[in-house]
Design a binder for this molecule. Structure first.
Ligand code: SF4
Ligand code: MG
Length: 311
């Protein structure tokens, strides 16, 4: 019960505590070591909730999350070392009263990954890794630009030596010119630190740039999963097709746009059958009653649409 409520709260539905809301349903994803898996969908589709669950911050009501083959226990503090999250808003995630060296070393000191006397060199090395000058260590967050603040947030995430980083709209609040720089930093760190990413974004251009594979989410479910190139050149699902047809290609767009006709239905009262059917230009009678399952349409390419039964 409480998990359902927590999931619901993250969708802003806490005023309806009695109703069961599943922000995420039947989610089954494998993220391979070293890859960047993009998770795409409109605002409110459950991608942030999925990200928190995958990061181990939110236990699923049922099912299991495993990391390197071992089940994840979200109540275990050590769990939070190997997986870190980077959020959209570096303004909100950095305590304005703390200096950069304090911000970056706080968690590592707590987890005894660094000794107090080694903090200056520890911080300097992390600042260097994210492309910032070591002299910034004694400054405060308000003295930095948005991009620099996001670099500080990334340095803080790296301070715990994670293997897996969940980025939730991590470049969405940044100026367009800065987005590419921070994306390139993520790519560099992936190599130098052997990181694996779940990269959550509503922005297709960002995901096309950074992801190896892409999962498309609609109302709490993955409706399509494929290599990035396949998603962009031969999308199977009508929802993905609509997203891509509408996307400003090769141009990073900042505003959250509504690419598909009609509003995203409320997760409190999802449509029957294929939850996309009220908005789907290719809906058939069957779509209103029968839920399509995710199934293989090509090698490594999965889609949940009844149209695949016709071909
Ligand atoms: Fe459209 Fe039907 Fe496919 Fe759903 S199952 S995406 S409604 S055609
Ligand atoms: Mg979100």
């Amino acid at each position: 019960q409480s998990t359902v409520r927590r999931a619901a709260r993250s969708l802003g539905l806490s005023n309806q505590p009695e109703k069961k809301v599943y922000a995420v349903n039947d989610l089954s994803l494998t993220i391979n070591k070293g890859e960047v898996l993009g998770l795409v969908g409109e605002s409110g589709c459950g991608k942030s909730t999925a990200g928190r669950m995958i990061a181990g911050l939110l236990p699923p009501t049922s099912g299991e999350i495993a990391f390197e083959g071992k089940p994840v226990d979200s109540s275990q503090p050590s769990r939070h070392l190997e997986t870190q999250m980077v959020f959209q808003n570096p303004y909100a995630s950095l305590n304005p009263r703390l200096r950069v060296d304090q911000l970056i070393s706080e968690a590592a000191l707590y987890h005894k990954l660094v000794e107090k006397r080694d903090v200056p060199s520890f911080v300097a090395a992390l600042l260097k890794q994210v492309g910032l000058d070591a002299s910034y260590a004694s400054r405060y967050p308000h003295q930095f630009s948005g991009g620099q603040r996001q670099r500080i947030a990334i340095a803080r995430a790296l301070s715990l030596n994670p293997k897996f980083v969940v980025c939730d709209e991590a470049v969405s609040a940044l100026d367009v010119s800065v987005q590419a720089q921070v994306l390139n930093l993520f790519m560099d760190l992936r190599e130098s630190k052997e990181l694996t990413y779940l990269f959550i974004s509503h922005n297709l251009a960002v995901v096309e740039y950074i992801a190896d594979r892409v999962a498309i989410m609609y109302l709490g479910r993955v409706v399509e999963l494929a290599d990035t190139q396949a998603i962009f050149t031969s999308p199977n699902h009508p929802y993905t097709q609509a997203l891509i047809a509408d996307a400003p290609r090769l141009q990073v767009k900042m505003v959250e746009h509504r690419p598909v006709q009609g509003e995203l239905p409320s997760p409190l009262n999802p449509p029957s059958g294929c939850t996309f059917h009220p908005r789907c230009p290719r809906a058939m009678p069957r779509c209103a009653s029968e839920r399509p399952m995710l199934r293989k349409v090509a090698e490594g390419h999965f889609s949940a649409c009844h149209l695949n039964d016709l071909s």
